[in-house]
Design a protein around this ligand. Structure first.
Ligand code: CP
Length: 308
């Protein structure tokens, strides 16, 4: 039984499948306007970093469950963090105000620190650069489950800045729990996946390889999971960056080489790594993926509020 949602290693396959069945039920509840089942519950959304999808989808999810939300979208400036209050003290105070806290923190381990002092459930909505984003990974896996119909036997390319991407790290941990999954890590060498994830995949007998050109493997995969590459992380000129991006960019020509029943995913926000012309292709799943975040978060909130 989970009290806090902090990292993807926590989830078992039966928990994941049960959550996905609950998310399907939540989708129906959402489309009929929601429920009042949790009208006596209050969620605090405490974001020390900017967010569009995660914060709004958690808040939407709580409202659709009938609950109430108190929120700060810039806790670094608009909470007592600006006076030097520790995250531990903030959480101890919120413990007496609300029933559940969703936190995005700028430091790796921020959500874990919050959970260590909390008597109410804490949900990690993303911690630091290179931490984890477990509810995004559950959203991603749910999208694959709905669209590809299976996770066992999946061939997936994880593309972009894999060194700093917390969504990639959380998704890799989740994928390692399933059978016969093949992961192609596609990134410029300085931004390749870190060794701790490779070690974890090896311990769990999950096949992976590292590539530096998406075109080499695009026709082998069921899912292309694209992420942003910030030029600042590579320390190259504009011209060098544009040249480098040719190996990772997805446009209609690249899409022509993707299987007909494959999908393109992205946690968003995107820069220019997926051309807007891809959006109208039915294989572009990223906006459906963002909506799935509401159903998964409704299911997670209901799970935690039912138990605590
Ligand atoms: N995918 C994601 O975490 O987006 P936000 O930063 O907008 O929450």
């Amino acid at each position: 039984m989970l009290k806090h949602i902090i990292e993807s290693q926590q989830f078992t396959v039966p928990f994941i499948i049960e959550l996905f069945e609950s998310a399907k039920r939540m989708e129906k509840i959402f489309h009929r306007g929601g429920t009042q089942d949790y009208s006596n519950k209050i969620m605090a959304s405490l974001f020390y970093e900017p967010s569009t999808r995660t914060r709004f989808s958690f808040e939407t999810a709580m409202y659709r469950l009938g609950g109430k939300v108190i929120s700060t979208e810039n806790a670094k400036e608009f909470s007592s963090a600006i006076s030097g209050e520790s995250i531990e003290d903030t959480i101890k105070v919120l413990n007496n105000f609300v029933d559940i806290v969703v936190i995005r923190h700028n430091e790796i381990g921020g959500a874990k620190r919050a959970a260590e002092v909390s008597t109410i459930p804490i949900i990690n909505a993303g911690d630091g650069k290179g931490g984890q984003h477990p509810t995004q990974a559950l959203t991603d896996l749910y999208t694959i489950y709905r669209e590809i119909k299976t996770i066992d036997g999946l061939n997936i390319a994880l593309v972009g800045d894999l060194a700093h991407g917390r969504t990639i790290r959380s998704l890799a941990y989740l994928l390692s729990k399933f059978e016969r999954v093949k992961i192609f890590f596609v990134a410029p060498d300085p931004l390749q996946i870190h060794q701790d994830i490779c070690d974890h995949l090896e311990e769990n007998d999950t096949w992976y390889c590292k590539e530096n050109n998406l075109l080499k493997i695009i026709n082998q995969v069921d899912v292309v999971y694209q992420t942003r590459i910030d030029k600042e992380k590579l320390n190259v000129s504009d011209a060098e960056f544009n040249q480098l991006m040719q190996a990772f960019f997805i446009d209609r020509n690249v899409l022509n080489q993707l299987k007909q029943n494959a999908i393109v995913m992205h946690p968003l926000p995107r820069l220019n790594e997926i051309s807007a012309e891809v959006d109208s292709d039915p294989r572009a799943a990223y906006f459906r993926q963002a909506q799935n975040g509401i159903f998964i978060r409704m299911a997670l909130l209901a799970y935690l509020m039912d138990k605590y």
